[in-house]
Design a protein around this ligand. Structure first.
Ligand SMILES: *Cc1c(COP(=O)(O)O)cnc(C)c1O
Length: 455
């Protein structure tokens, strides 16, 4: 038995600034385009959707943005989050690699999402917003936003992808407990939802559809704004608090990572842990590989194309430059609900195109197997999303063993899996099926795109 070592920080070490990687990027991300005119949009087009302060952050080129005092006070509920050296896992793998992980599951909602939910709701509150709408896949983002809206006494309407709404009833009740209203998507409440249901009454829903519904509700009411839990620049920036703390903790541990690994949905937890380390790469002082891991059933980074695409299914969001499988892509209902999004954020897409980061896709059985080994050696039951990072960590650790090389690995354990027991149940019963999207399905979805290409 070997007990993993915890590396902690004190409250007064909570970082005072978020890091905006755009300031350091060699190729800046391309601008968002108007879905109709296909011309670059100005910040004013986003004003019906977001408070001004978040729009400023979205287009900011400042290297650091100060975290408001009130947000830092709330962060203290769960931050700084612990880092662990995974000696139990290392021993089980009999690897010369040192494995560290940052644990974001200690937040009230059980994932990294509150890191951005709290500042987003704070800026909305400052600007007099009364209600915030959003979408949620697995329920993590809806929970985080409901929690934050509860703190600031703002109404919260969550459109939850129908398969998750049905499969994860306790996520819904969690949102209700914090005061959030939850609707299965597609719903009859919006034009977007009604249109989808008319075409396919049994639609399992998708994040793209749920976004259309939440955006429509914000556009049609003046005191209502919209919030997104991933993809956008300001969301990725808020998450860099993870990596800023991790830099301090690695220093305390007396190590520096050769590779940083995180699961990838829209890019926020990956950006959160990786961008502060990428800063050191871009400043020329270090060379850390930054690795994003996506499911084989929704592989936009490894098998999608880099071009402009819509953020939603119906066409209400601006066109963003992204690695995408096409906005009509409806991923198979695999259990890592948080990774079922058709596209990647503009910043991470540009970084991947510039080969500053790496991406891999892994099938779900390997991921669950990795998750089980982790739970049995380190104690924490990982969210299915997080098991994608763990599977890649194991591949890296086994490679280190084969080469007889030391290697320092850091990964983001972005959430716990306490609400995902049905998927663990299915895995343990041997009922979880392997799934990989076919080339035909991808080409089919991409053939439907008529959005501008890049380069
Ligand atoms: C939302 C979520 C993800 C995927 O979103 P990213 O923006 O890519 O981080 C991954 N893991 C967990 C636990 C989540 O809640």
């Amino acid at each position: 038995m070997s007990i993993s070592k915890k590396i902690t920080l004190s409250e007064d070490q909570i970082p005072t600034h978020w890091y905006n990687i755009v300031a350091d990027m060699t190729t800046k991300p391309l601008p968002p385009l108007h879905p109709g005119t296909k011309e670059p949009i100005g910040p004013e087009m986003l004003m019906p959707l977001f408070p001004m302060e978040l729009i400023k952050q979205e287009v900011s080129t400042e290297k650091y943005v100060e975290i408001p005092e009130e947000v830092r006070e709330i962060y203290k509920i769960w931050r700084p989050t612990p880092m662990f050296r995974a000696t139990g896992l290392e021993k089980a793998l009999d690897t010369p690699a040192k494995i560290y992980y940052k644990y974001e599951g200690v937040s009230p909602a059980g994932s990294h999402k509150p890191n951005t939910a709290v500042p987003q709701v704070y800026y909305n509150k400052m600007e007099g917003v009364k209600r915030i709408t959003t979408e949620t896949g697995a329920g993590q983002w809806g929970s985080a936003l409901s929690f934050a809206c509860g703190l600031f006494d703002i109404e919260c309407d969550v459109y939850m992808v129908k398969v998750s709404y049905e499969g994860k009833p306790y996520r819904k009740i969690m949102m209700n407990t914090w005061g959030g209203n939850v609707f299965p998507s597609p719903s009859m409440r919006t034009e977007a939802g009604r249109k989808i249901l008319a075409e396919d009454p049994n639609s399992p829903g998708s994040l793209g559809i749920a976004i259309s519904e939440a955006v429509e509700m914000a556009l049609t009411d003046e005191s209502t704004k919209y919030a997104l839990g991933s993809v956008l620049n300001h969301v990725l920036m808020h998450q860099t608090i993870i990596g800023e703390e991790a830099l301090l903790q690695m220093e305390k541990a007396g190590d520096y990572p050769d590779v940083v690994i995180a699961p990838f949905g829209g890019g926020s937890n990956f950006a959160g842990i990786a961008f502060p380390f990428l800063r050191k790469n871009l400043e020329g002082t270090h060379q850390t590989r930054c690795v994003a891991v996506e499911p084989a059933s929704c592989p936009k980074l490894t098998r999608g194309v880099f071009r402009y695409d819509l953020g939603d299914s119906v066409g209400m969001t601006p066109l963003l430059p992204m690695y995408t499988l096409g906005h009509n892509f409806v991923p198979a209902p695999i259990h890592a609900g948080g990774l079922r999004y058709h596209g990647a954020g503009a910043i991470v897409s540009q970084l991947l195109n510039d080969k500053q980061i790496e991406a891999y896709s892994i099938k779900q059985l390997e991921c669950f197997e990795a998750g089980l080994l982790f739970a049995r050696t380190e104690g924490i039951i990982p969210a299915p999303e997080a098991t994608h990072a763990i599977a890649q960590v194991i591949r890296e650790a086994e490679q280190a063993k084969a080469e007889g090389k030391e290697k320092v690995i850091l990964f983001n354990l972005c959430g716990h899996g306490h609400f995902d027991m049905t998927s663990y149940e299915q895995y343990l019963a041997g009922n979880l099926v392997e799934h990989e999207v076919t080339q035909e399905e991808i080409l089919d979805s991409l053939a439907q795109l008529d959005t501008p290409t890049i380069g």
